[in-house]
Design a protein around this ligand. Sequence first.
Ligand SMILES: [Zn+2]
Ligand SMILES: [Zn+2]
Ligand SMILES: [Zn+2]
Length: 377
Amino acid sequence: MEELRGDCKKSSTPNAPPLPQPRRRISSRKGLVLDGKPLRGCSYVAATTKDLWERMFHEGYRTDVTINTDNGGVIYAHASILGIASPVMKYMLKQSKSRGRRKPISVRGVPHQAVRAFIRFLYSSCYEQEEMNEFILPLLVLSHVFVVPPLKRECERQLENGLLTTDNVIDIFQLSLLCDAPRLSLFCHRLIVKSFLVISSTEGWKVMKQSHPMLEKELLESVIDADTRKQERLKRLDQRKIYLQLYEAMEALVHICRDGCRTIGPHDKVLKEDQPPCSFSACKGLETLVRHFAGCKLRVPGGCVHCKRMWQLLELHSRLCSEPNECKVPLCRTFKERLQQQSKKDEVKWKLLVQNILRAKKLSGPSFFRSSTDVCA
Ligand SMILES: [Zn+2]
Ligand SMILES: [Zn+2]
Ligand SMILES: [Zn+2]
């Protein structure tokens, strides 16, 4: 930093105190080069315009402002540029009493290099990426304090595109609230909720816990809310999976009773040898259940878990079946006829189950059974 301050003084007008260091050399044969290093200056302005403003800043030709920074740092600049680029600078310059040729103003509380990168941006809208990486926090603060929207937008963009990390997110989050950057706040908030375990063990979190306990409380509440929502979403997905499995069992049941499959013949025909491979995923499990149902000694509802399951599947089928007269599934018509005697509570329960199964199927593809209004009527 000392060396850079020396450079700043050296590159200023003849009124600056003489220093032994060599003069800062800026050349433009192959693009701008400062002290042998190419100035990259990420920007969308035409190169010649950009170079002109870059030279204005780096060469410090006829500067009339001294910007004093922390640890005795000095930057020379032009009042007209500063005043036009920042209304706050304009006010500061108005208030400042001239000492000799230059008006002094102070920008303190942030590193000298960050102030230098900030002032350079006011001239040419340029910056070096390394400086942005290192001074993103002070640059965001400076852009807010001195009301420089283009730099603020650029800082936000850089943070959103990679400079925001689990290490700095808590600091940036607090800063985004102070600097009135709602989009950035939202971005930080999302990252905090997403990577809470890592972030809650960072130094930034510990400091915030001490200095802003209310903010910590709010963040913890958000994390709990997000977790609850995630659990609910997973529960809904699990339920949907069960409804889809039931739907597949219903398709397989109709297929077994109508066409026959593997070891079980169709309702009214002989089972053909050399059957094509079965395309119903639930068919094998259902085949075992049907065979058990046919041979079980405790064949009463509630007598055996497997038989009970089969009864439920048969009843569910009759709820979904819209053609009981032609249907080959056992007891389809019997269950339909028994509907009248069912209690209101059971009726609601079954209707809800049928609706959920059909809805889950609708979300995943075309339905084999007709709409629920046909079957629930
Ligand atoms: Zn099959
Ligand atoms: Zn049984
Ligand atoms: Zn049926």
